[in-house]
Structures are given as C-alpha cells and as structure tokens.
Design a protein around this ligand. Structure first.
Ligand code: MG
Ligand code: MG
Length: 261
C-alpha cells in the first residue's frame, strides 16, 4: 500500500506552477470551444500548448490513454476520448487536463456549456461547481476526508442529482494519482484527518439523473446509466490551516468565456 505523500512548501509552489499551466491550457480550450469543432482539435491544441510551455501532458500514455485531454460530452461522465465528435449548441463538454512540469503534477477539469443549454444542464453545471467549492471549504487542517465527501454529496442530492460512486478524487503532486482517495459521498467526520502538506484533487462528478454509471469496453469511457447529462469540475488544492489554498484556477477560463459573450 502506498502512503500519503506530504509536500513541503517549496514542492507545493511547484505543484501550483503545474496546476496553473493546466488552468492556462483550459483557458486556451475556452477560446476555441464551440459549435462545429471536433473534440480532437481541442486535444491537439492542448498538446501543443503544454509542450510549448516546457511541460508534458500527464494523461498522454497514462495507462495507455492516447490523448492529452479527457473530453466527455453530455452523458459521458469522465475519461472520454477526444475524437471526431463535432461539438454542437446545447452540449455540456467536460474537459479534464493534467500536466507534469519540473516532475510535479497539476490536475483540473471544467465543464463548458455550449451556447444555450437547457435548464436541467444549467442547474447541473451550477450545482456541480458549488459542490466543488463546498468540498474545498472543508479541505483544511483538522477536517477529515469524509467532511469533503459529505459536503459534496449533501449539496448534490439536495438538488436532486446523483453522485457518482465508482470514481473519486485523489492525492496529487508527485504522481498523478496518490493516496488518499477523495470520494464525493460519505459521512461527516469519517476517514483520515487532513494535515498540512496534503495536496488533493477534489473532483465532484454529478449526474442529472441516477448516480449509476456504465463502463464502456473501450476500457476508458464512462457514461451515465440513464444517459442523462453529467458534469465534472476539479481543482488541485493544498490543505491549509483555516482556508484551503486552491492551486489551479477557473478565473482564466471565465475571463475568456466572458469576452466571448
Ligand atoms: Mg482531472
Ligand atoms: Mg483528477
């Protein structure tokens, strides 16, 4: 069993650099994502951008994954392959990105609403982003993993949404996936205690309908069992006393999206 890898303040700054490069990559995606373009073209853009910034896409060749981004439209929950799918008005497109720079990993995901999306999708995106924020608020010294999990689950279910059980957040930094697991469901006050030096990828995956998912026999793609939409937001977060330190950011993405309006 691998152990939790605690990071020094210097190492956390290197993880921040990687996480910010992920955020910048997602902001580049934000510039061009829209109706008529393929998800594969976004992947190529991300690959070039990450390479141009002296880093390596963390997902490329991870367990045999063939791309730099995971792109998961609509009923795909996570781990979708970029391909010749043409994005259309009304889609929800989850884009997950990771990079390695200076031997440290950053990991973040954002779900894009393409043009006018229906009310169910609008609410799903809003609530999933709120779930992430509520989870992050618990990523402070003295809380437990279960406090993050409970905060996410309670908000999602109060809004009538399903919380994916089979996929979870994780420690991150020295490796892409480290201990501990960070589930999006659980009991308040349960699990390991959060301590200074822990860096977590908190990533609610929330379904508009049932929590149940299907794993495709391509080995990667995960969709909702009822084919209703799913949303996914993720930040790389350092546990701190009093207030979590969010190492990735959505503000770069949001600036781009505001300008496009
Ligand atoms: Mg991710
Ligand atoms: Mg992750």
């Amino acid at each position: 069993m691998s152990k939790i890898i605690y990071k020094s303040p210097e190492e956390i700054e290197l993880i921040r650099e990687s996480a910010l490069l992920v955020s910048k990559t997602l902001a580049e995606v934000a510039k061009v994502i829209g109706p008529g373009i393929t998800t594969l073209s976004l992947d190529q853009l991300a690959y070039e951008f990450i390479k141009d910034h002296g880093a390596t896409p963390a997902f490329l060749n991870y367990g045999g994954f063939p791309n730099s981004l995971c792109i998961s439209p609509n009923d795909q929950v996570v781990h979708g392959f970029p391909n010749d799918y043409v994005i259309k008005e009304g889609d929800l497109i989850s884009v997950d990105c990771g990079v390695i720079k200076n031997d440290f990993f950053g990991d973040s995901a954002f779900t894009f609403s393409i043009g006018e999306v229906d009310e169910e999708k609008q609410k799903l995106v809003k609530v999933t982003q709120e779930c992430l924020q509520l989870g992050i608020e618990k990523a402070v010294v003295g809380m437990r993993i279960g406090d993050i999990a409970f905060a996410v689950q309670e908000h999602a279910e109060r809004n009538g949404f399903g919380v994916v059980r089979e996929l979870v957040g994780h420690g991150v930094g020295v490796k892409l996936h480290e201990k501990p697991e960070v589930p999006n469901y659980g009991k308040r006050g349960s699990g390991i205690k959060l301590e200074e030096g822990m860096v977590l990828a908190i990533e609610p995956m929330i379904n508009a309908g049932t929590a149940a998912v299907k794993f495709w026999n391509d080995g990667w793609t995960v969709t909702t069992r009822d084919n209703k939409p799913s949303a996914h937001f993720e930040h790389t977060v350092a546990v701190k006393k009093g207030k979590a330190d969010i190492l990735s950011t959505f503000s770069l993405i949001e600036e781009v999206l505001d300008k496009k309006k």
